[in-house]
Design a protein around this ligand. Structure first.
Ligand SMILES: Cc1ncc(COP(=O)(O)O)c(C=O)c1O
Length: 826
């Protein structure tokens, strides 16, 4: 039990403070006792000192003990631990390029502080020294130290600072204010009758709602922004401070609270930073909010394809080579200047994590002012994992900034320039195969990250943030303000805002421990499924080797459970590999148990009270998060065992015929899988240069063309007319987005020419939910007569073949059609 004193109103939060001291170990109990004497009755929190005697033990302390919130380092501590800890030494050497044996005594304290911040940036660090404190306090290299004290003099001050530092993280300005507001006797003469809850609590008919949710929910409701409450649309008070604290917590310059999910956060970014005609390089498989964001802003998507995982009917992530190729093609065709943004999903629904830093570095080498939108809807928690943080958009932005300032950066770029030239030649085939270095003097670090706080932290549903680390943000301030006005409700929910504030508070105080636990739980599930003699006959959780092709795992990492794997091999993979698998996202194959994903998900929900994430044809996705406990793991394993035993019993009872039927079903689920269709192309009428190699198009023009019902036609999916038109034209042009669930990506977007592989895929899909497909009338198509400058017959050469034509021919053929903007109907 934590040592928190008292209960109820007098409960004081408890934490631990690590004291790193060179004093003899035998004196630790006495020092701890002296430190405890600093406690005062009026202290708002209580902490226990934990003493360690070396640099290495201090690192172990902050890695292993999630209760540590502050670290006090006495200058001049020894480096080596007396324990045998080879893994830690390797970790420091590999992960932090630090050879502890070569540390100069004067550097030990500051180096320790720097390393602690890399592992747990939220911790407050204090340094006690008998050196010239003034000099140290003014040294930028020691900026991560919260305060420097002249040793012995100031123990009470250290104590008060520890409490103040943790108190700063503990305070949640908006939520704290809302609690105070709820306690005030206030009469409301504005809309929102539920505010104060009188109409509910006094009602004969709906009082149960008040009893169920509790009175505070209504006491804390108001539509007012006056009297101490703040406005989310124009924050100047406690919401502003809450957003600033969130920005600090995630390493951003600005954070915007959003109360309608990351669906809205993404659209806000498109609205704020892109304009009609800009090109955005986007994963075609990304969340629909990106596609809709481009419809709204008029930016033209240049879709890039993720690697397919056909056997599981899902996509992986987009290879960097593909993104570089797209940029180089645009450069070759003279349109690089129009590319505004690259947007990628990190991690993907199924857990593929990008090498964010490498992606940004290499793209910036081709276009130094690119903006990156990292959709981290699922990945907000990663900030609190030292392993995953470098692979977040913001974590990579920080590393990139550090790299840019180092002399090594310019040296690396100069070495590259000597070989490849200062200006990269887009036709130079070497560019795709080597790691490109950007010019550190030219690049702008422009990162936007969107997080569904509600998906991985303790926020109410729809709580989301846009986090900004864009050094040219000043160009977009007013556009961002407009984006907030366009997309945010004028009645934002105060409870969602409060929960964002509290979610940040929790993560800054216990996020490290909670995320570590959710990772442990994921590994426990993976291990239990793999090792159980009966469960493993029918189910398996896919490892990194099954989720990520070997070509993207340069480190040779295979999986968390592979013999010989430990956290060092995982760290190496995280540093080197193009893609890394988020261990907390587990694809459980159920096709081998004869279940398709949807039936299995429904079975578990209806019969066993176990809810899962998404499904594919033959798998379901399990996700562990900060809410899970080992008991949840036990329940899941028990259920999987019960299902497996049921299968065994049915196979034993049913004899040969049951076994043959089971095998046929498994084969159908696991082998007869439809090929995943790639994006084909936009119709020539929606392209400014139909002859260009890159396939961006005016999706917005096509989207609005579909508003005119007279300009559209419908064809049922199974109609032979579809096959005729696929064979001999005229082309089928989609009028809207068609998004089957699962897998959940748009197999058609407005203006897209429908190819036969897309029709085959749709026909084979056995899902009931297909957004954008009209079950009674069929596929909605834009009539060719309604498409701007469409060529009659419409049977133009597929763009992929056009790419093979000699450049000169292609250009002259296309210029005639390419003048002016496409998409007359907007
Ligand atoms: C990658 C991705 N981005 C954005 C969203 C939208 O997030 P929200 O549900 O918070 O609106 C989702 C939702 O599933 C998603 O998977």
């Amino acid at each position: 039990m934590p040592l928190a004193a008292g209960g109820g109103d007098t409960r004081r939060p408890y934490f631990e403070t690590l004291f790193v001291t060179g004093a003899p170990t035998a004196s630790f109990p006495q020092i701890a006792q002296e430190l405890r004497r600093l406690r005062r009755a009026e202290d708002p929190m209580i902490y226990e000192p934990v003493l360690v005697g070396s640099f290495e033990d201090a690192m172990m302390g902050i890695i292993m003990n999630g209760k540590v919130e502050a670290v006090v380092i006495y200058d001049g501590i020894p480096v080596p631990s007396q324990h045998d800890i080879p893994l830690l030494r390797d970790f420091l050497a590999v992960h932090h390029q630090l050879d502890t044996s070569s540390l100069a005594p004067r550097d030990v304290g500051v180096t320790l502080a720097r390393l602690i911040k890399r592992v747990r940036p939220e911790l407050d660090i204090y340094l006690l020294t008998d050196r010239e404190v003034e000099k140290l306090a003014g040294d930028p290299a020691a900026s991560m130290i919260r305060r420097v004290f002249y040793e012995v003099e100031e123990l009470t001050e250290v104590h008060l600072n520890i409490l103040e530092g943790v108190g700063d993280r503990l305070s949640s300005p908006h939520f704290d204010n809302l609690k105070k507001y709820a306690a005030r006797p206030i009469a409301t003469f504005h809309a929102l009758p539920i505010a104060r809850g009188k109409s509910i609590m006094k009602s004969n008919w709906i009082r149960d709602m008040g009893e169920f949710y509790g009175q505070n929910l209504f006491l804390a409701e108001s539509s007012s922004t006056a009297g101490g409450l703040d406005s989310m649309l124009e924050p100047t008070g406690n919401i502003k401070v809450a957003q600033e604290k969130f920005a600090r917590a995630v390493g951003a310059d600005h954070v915007f609270f959003v109360t309608n999910g990351t669906s809205t956060s993404n659209k806000m970014v498109y609205q704020a930073v892109t304009a009609p005609g800009d090109i955005v390089i986007a994963d075609r498989n990304c969340h629909k909010s990106h596609h809709y964001g481009m419809v709204l802003s008029g930016a033209q998507p240049l879709y890039v394809e993720a690697f397919p995982m056909t056997e599981y009917s899902m996509y992986g992530a987009v290879p960097l080579r593909t993104i570089k190729q797209a940029l180089l093609n645009l450069k070759a065709e003279g349109r690089l200047g129009r590319v505004k943004m690259v947007t990628l999903t990190n991690c993907t629904f199924d857990g593929h994590v990008y090498n964010t830093r490498r992606v940004m570095e290499e793209c910036l080498a081709i276009k130094p002012d690119l903006i990156f939108l990292w959709d981290e809807a699922w990945f907000g928690f990663a900030r609190w994992s030292p392993f995953l943080r470098p692979r977040t958009g913001l974590g990579a932005a920080a590393a990139l900034e550090e790299w840019r300032a180092s002399p090594a950066a310019l040296a690396a770029w100069k070495a590259q320039a000597a070989e490849l030239g200062e200006e990269l030649d887009p036709k130079d085939g070497r560019l795709l195969d080597r790691r490109l270095v950007p010019d550190p003097r030219k690049i702008r670090i422009r990162v936007y990250e969107t997080d569904s706080v509600h998906k991985s932290m303790s926020a109410l549903r729809q709580g989301s943030i846009v986090a900004v680390r864009d050094e040219d943000y000043s160009h977009h301030i007013s556009a961002f303000r407009e984006a907030v006005f366009i997309h945010a409700s004028t009645s934002p929910n105060a409870q969602i805002i409060a929960s964002l504030d509290v979610a940040r508070r929790q993560m800054e105080l216990e996020g490290y421990e909670l995320v570590m636990r959710s990772t442990e739980i994921a590994l426990a599930i993976r291990r239990a499924v793999a090792e159980h003699p009966i469960i493993s006959k029918y189910f398996r959780v896919l490892g990194a080797d099954a989720m990520i092709p070997a070509e993207f795992r340069a480190s040779g990492f295979r999986d968390f459970l592979t013999p010989g794997s430990n956290w060092l091999t995982a760290v190496k993979a995280m540093q080197e590999d193009e893609f890394f698998l988020d261990p907390t996202r587990m694809t459980l194959v159920c096709g081998s148990a004869g279940y398709d994903g949807t039936s299995f998900k429904n079975l578990l929900a209806a019969k066993y009270n176990v809810q899962l994430n998404k499904t594919s044809r033959n798998s379901v996705l399990l996700q562990s998060n900060i809410n899970n406990t080992r008991s949840d793991v036990a329940l899941l394993i028990k259920v999987l065992l019960e299902v497996s035993q049921q299968i065994e019993a049915e196979l034993a009872e049913g004899g040969e015929s049951a076994r043959a039927a089971f095998a046929a079903r498994v084969k159908s689920l696991m082998e007869d899988v439809p090929d995943l269709p790639n994006f084909s192309r936009f119709h020539d009428g929606y392209r400014e240069d139909p002859g260009s190699v890159t396939l961006e198009g005016d999706m917005r023009g096509a989207f609005f063309a579909a508003y005119e019902e007279d300009d559209c036609e419908y064809l049922p999916l199974m109609s032979p007319k579809i096959d005729e038109r696929l064979k001999s034209g005229p082309e089928l042009v989609s009028a809207n987005f068609v998004i089957p669930y699962p897998p959940g990506f748009p197999i058609m977007v407005p203006g897209q020419v429908i190819a036969s592989d897309t029709i085959d895929f749709m026909r084979k899909l056995d899902v009931k939910e297909i957004h954008g497909y009209n079950n009674t009338r069929g596929l909605k198509l834009i009539k060719l007569s309604a498409i701007p400058r469409a060529q009659s017959g419409g049977k133009s050469m597929p763009a992929r073949d056009k790419a093979k034509e000699p450049d000169s021919e292609r250009r002259s053929a296309s210029t005639a059609q390419s003048k002016g903007k496409s998409g007359a109907k907007r």
